[in-house]
Design a protein around this ligand. Sequence first.
Ligand SMILES: [Zn+2]
Length: 372
Amino acid sequence: MITIKQIEDLMKITSDTHTISSFYIGIQPQFLIQKKYKILVKDLIKQGTKDLSRYNDEQKEFIDKDIERILRFMNYEFDEKSRGLAIFASSPLNLWQVYPLPQRIKGRFVIDYDPYTRPLVRFFDENEKYFTVLVDRKKARLFSMYAGILNERKEVYDEVQGRHKKGGWSQARFQRHIKDQAAKHLQNVSGVVYDLYKKEKFDHCILGGQHVTRNNFKNILHSSIQKIIVGEIDVALDDSPLEIMDSVQHIINKFEDRQSRRYLKILRDRLGKKHLAVSGLEKTVKMLQQARVHTVIIKEDLRIQGFKCVKCETPFTKDAKKCPLCSKKIVQVPDIVDEIIEKTWELNGEVKFIKTSKELDNLGGIAALLRW
Ligand SMILES: [Zn+2]
């Protein structure tokens, strides 16, 4: 599984003479039948090598070498359990990195002077870590949901007696006793959840179980967990993983929708006041050149040809003799959006992808919230 750190390291790789081949493929189960994905691989490479006129003969030879190696990998070494895959190759730079991904990713083959990392950024953006805790009076089940995969992480069971009165105990004393035990159990679970949170830094938490217990549990959770609760579900602890996953996914979809709408509302307000926001490719790029972008908001499938500086990697919408910032050469890039994302990250800004929005379409599919 690829980490944010690895993506950041990939983004640091760049060359002004050698090309880097980036290959992405998503594999649906039907492509596994008779290894049909091999055809898909060839198609993607064909599309990505349609126009190599900007490269010289030596570069083209290296590109051929990279393609050969990718084909060899897909034919003989590819683990068919992976739903997606990212490969970065450059034989002159001695670069060969393969990342299996647990989820489908849009396939493409891109040749450029740096790794094409945008799909990975999007992959991470879309796949925040969710944690689900189901509790009842005796038991708890903990799940993580990451990149569309639900994993049961832990089961906690505490001995809590039934509601029937035991001989020799007064009713009141017995009631108090089971109440104490149930409270202890919830405390115990709360501790387990907080330990996991400190270790794994999940982004969001979903609570499940019967209403009353869930509420009691919510009240004793550590405040940093309380803050990241994004929804609650009415499921029983012995429900099947499929049922649990459905309920969890429903909460996640609703939450992500809310988040997208929130970003669009901030954008709309600021654009209306002509204050701290711009829209459209031209203006977004200009603000990025001035390092003023705080959050760039992008329509998920936007892809536009553009230019960038080979040295400082600043994106440009138009070709120019040299970079106004560092005087180095400017080259054409297959996707300026990719360069925008990388620059935004470099400047510690945020990237927010929006799945569908007419409003954003009308603004050119891209906009930015500004720092100043
Ligand atoms: Zn420059």
